[in-house]
Design a protein around this ligand. Structure first.
Ligand SMILES: Cc1cc2nc3c(=O)[nH]c(=O)nc-3n(C[C@H](O)[C@H](O)[C@H](O)COP(=O)(O)OP(=O)(O)OC[C@H]3O[C@@H](n4cnc5c(N)ncnc54)[C@H](O)[C@@H]3O)c2cc1C
Length: 488
């Protein structure tokens, strides 16, 4: 059969499974749906090199998702699950043809707010920003505030193991997720019931958390909600002499049992994006919760910080509070960045990792040193820590380069991929994890064996067990060539 005939057959069958109105065949939409933000620089120059989907399908309910997935599975059609479309690790590109995008954004209802049990059940395509507004009006919050809050939806948040900027108080999505409904690769619908905790074998929620569309299509999620008390916030900010000293302060706060919602350490390169006059690393904290807890948390942090000779308080705090309140990115920010890249050949990217306290400063220094030595036309590399735990923290590397000597479509191979390789190599060498919250998509999937080590065969068996035809976002998390190897 010709490729054109194949496409027609697929479209014709999809039209039997859902209405024609639910199938988008617009050439420009298909082009834009073939890639995510990882390729933003060539995209700004109207260059799209990834394979186009046959169609974008918008199911209206779980039964339709099940019918579509069953058909795709029987016919070997690769399914790219999509909700908010804010992926940045090549998670929305297809590694195998033919493929369709199954877009969950019609599944956008609030199913139930259960105030007694402090739980919100939402369809997978409900934008987080809408849920948060709905809850705030009722003095409640999800406590989940990723920088992409105005872009991301619940299905994608769960599928990427997302984290919000207030995670140290509220937890990541893995702490918030109570239960879910999903459609498996063969069309089977499953539900994991909502319970405060269970001791009944492995916790199956974790199959779906971070599955990045490669195991199932998540259709509904239930998350915890919390009282919303913005009037109790306390902000604190300090200059600190070095990043190493800054990491030590973060550690002191965490190991002493404090849970500020914001706990951040910026190096001057990263911070200078916002406050160019600042020449030293900076620590930022916010406490929240009931007044007594918020007051005590702020007081405890102040006591810890005051014991250090390397720290100076920053006043006034209003510019920092204002900066934080405008930190989220919506479509306008994305469009502005695209316009800038059209005018100037400068590209900024971010890569996040996690590390234990014992090596985090070494990773920061090793990466920034190597990148400065090895990456041409670098405009700068810095970073910040924004999510801390009792046993370690994350680093969000922030870097920019001038695309000086290659065509826009070669930007990744020339700059971004080699830069990412340095971050991955130094992180793994120092016992860290190659991704803290963006997922790995297809961008960092080639490093999956080193990341998992001796547990890698388990991961591969899991994918082979739940998606033996490999029709759910094939190549995400585990590259296609690894799937075909006979190592399990
Ligand atoms: C400016 C910016 C800032 C960001 N800041 C943060 C941040 O602070 N914290 C953070 O965690 N992330 C951040 N991200 C990354 C991104 O927003 C998150 O990964 C987010 O969780 C993706 O959600 P989404 O709904 O947009 O998913 P999509 O982009 O639609 O998809 C992401 C991945 O999940 C899969 N997927 C999507 N929906 C489903 C579903 N229903 N079932 C199964 N799989 C599915 C897709 O196949 C894909 O692999 C940021 C991104 C941008 C562009």
């Amino acid at each position: 059969m010709t490729e054109a005939l194949n496409k027609e057959q697929i479209i014709s069958r999809l039209q039997e499974l859902v209405t024609s109105k639910q199938i988008d065949l617009d050439a420009d939409h298909l082009k834009k749906a073939s890639e995510d933000f990882y390729r933003k620089y060539p995209q700004a120059h109207q260059i799209y090199t990834a394979a186009r989907p046959v169609a974008i399908v918008y199911p209206n309910n779980t039964a339709e998702v099940a019918r579509i997935l069953k058909y795709a599975n029987e016919q070997g059609i690769n399914v790219i699950a999509r909700t908010g479309n804010s992926s940045i690790e090549r998670g929305l590109e297809s590694a195998r043809e033919p493929h369709i995008i199954v877009d969950g954004s019609h599944l956008n209802k609030i199913v139930q707010l259960d105030v007694e049990n402090q739980q919100l059940t939402a369809q997978a395509g409900l934008p987080l920003v809408i849920a948060e507004k709905y809850l705030n009006d009722k003095h409640l919050t999800t406590g989940h505030l990723p920088q992409s809050q105005p872009l991301a939806d619940f299905g994608g948040l769960v599928a990427t193991r997302s984290i919000g900027q207030l995670s140290t108080y509220y937890g990541g999505i893995e702490d918030l997720l109570v239960g879910l409904e999903a459609v498996m690769a063969d069309g089977t619908i499953i539900r994991i019931k909502n319970e405060p905790r269970r001791s009944v074998g492995p916790d199956l929620r974790h199959l779906f958390l971070g599955s990045e569309g490669a195991l199932a299509f998540i259709t509904e999620v239930t998350v915890k909600v919390f009282p919303y008390w913005p009037q109790n916030y306390h902000y604190l900010a300090y200059n600190v002499a070095t990043m190493r000293a800054g990491f030590q302060i973060l550690r002191q706060v965490m190991v002493n049992g404090y849970k500020p919602s914001i706990i951040r350490l910026y190096d001057p390169v990263d911070w200078s994006q916002y406050f160019p006059e600042n020449k030293q690393p900076i620590l930022i904290f916010r406490s929240e919760g009931p007044k007594k807890i918020s007051d005590a948390t702020a007081q405890g942090i102040q006591e810890i910080v005051q014991k250090s000779s390397q720290v100076t308080p920053i006043q006034p705090l209003e510019p920092i509070i204002d900066w934080f309140q405008n930190l989220t990115w919506d479509q306008t920010n994305v469009d502005q960045e695209v316009q800038q890249m059209q005018k100037l050949p400068y590209v900024g990217f971010t890569t996040e990792i996690a590390a234990p306290w014992s090596t985090v400063a070494d990773i920061f220094e090793a990466v920034t040193t190597r990148v400065k030595q090895e990456i041409p036309n670098l405009l700068g590399i810095g970073g910040h820590s924004s999510h801390s735990y009792v046993n370690g923290t994350n680093i969000y590397f922030v870097y920019a380069f001038k695309v000086a000597d290659v065509a826009p479509e070669e930007e990744m191979a020339r700059y971004h991929d080699p830069l990412n390789k340095i971050i991955v190599e130094e992180t793994l060498k120092h016992q860290g994890s190659i991704s803290h919250h963006h997922g790995i998509g297809k961008a960092r999937a080639p490093y999956i064996k080193q990341e998992y080590g001796s547990s890698y065969p388990l991961l591969k068996k899991l994918f082979l067990c739940f998606d033996p035809q490999n029709t759910m976002n094939a190549g995400n998390i585990i590259p296609l060539q690894f799937m075909n190897e006979k190592d399990t």
